[in-house]
Design a protein around this ligand. Structure first.
Ligand code: ADP
Length: 158
């Protein structure tokens, strides 16, 4: 039984995240999506709002669960005995950031492996910050996020 985790801010979740989840859940027996709550960061959506949107998006997949985490991600993984962390990568900038993060995590927790998954070409420039910006200008979001997220964004900016 191979379990993996996919951590992130998901502020908000996008089709780019969902694609990584869908492809990871096909590789691993179970996938835990971890919604990070970092007190140093400012989010548009509360942890509970991000969790609720994500739960809605992954409901159809029985081997995917969602949890919140306000500690170090590797500590949560150790507690849950999960040894694989999946991270999505769009370009060399992501790779550069993600590789440093993975080194840090390796030093903290040598038993956990980070696996990088390339984005699909159609999601290459999709990021949560652009989605928030577009929503603030009342742009059309339906190609970028599912309706549950588009609705939540419209409410935030109205
Ligand atoms: P972070 O908290 O590091 O900013 P995010 O919530 O932005 O994380 O994203 C979580 C993970 O999903 C990260 O590994 C990020 O690189 C990846 N990701 C975000 N958008 C995409 C996308 N369009 N395609 C593939 N991976 C993505």
């Amino acid at each position: 039984m191979i379990r993996a985790a996919f951590p992130g801010s998901f502020d908000p979740p996008t089709f780019g995240h969902i694609d990584i989840i869908e492809r990871s859940r096909a590789i691993f027996d179970e996938l835990l999506v971890v919604i990070a709550e970092n007190k140093q960061k400012q989010y548009l959506f509360s942890a509970e709002e991000r969790r609720a949107m994500m739960v809605e998006m992954v409901r159809k997949w029985k081997n995917v669960t969602v949890t919140l985490c306000d500690t170090l991600i590797v500590d949560l993984l150790k507690k849950q005995n999960i040894k694989i962390m999946v991270r999505g990568v769009r370009n060399v900038t992501d790779f550069s950031y993600e590789s440093e993060l993975s080194m840090m995590n390796k030093a903290l927790s040598p038993g956990i492996e980070t696996i990088f998954m390339m984005t699909r070409p159609e999601y290459l420039v999709l990021r949560s910050s652009s989605v928030r910006e577009l929503a603030a200008f009342k742009g059309d979001l339906l190609a970028l996020v599912p309706p549950v997220v588009a609705d939540a964004l419209s409410k935030k900016y109205n």
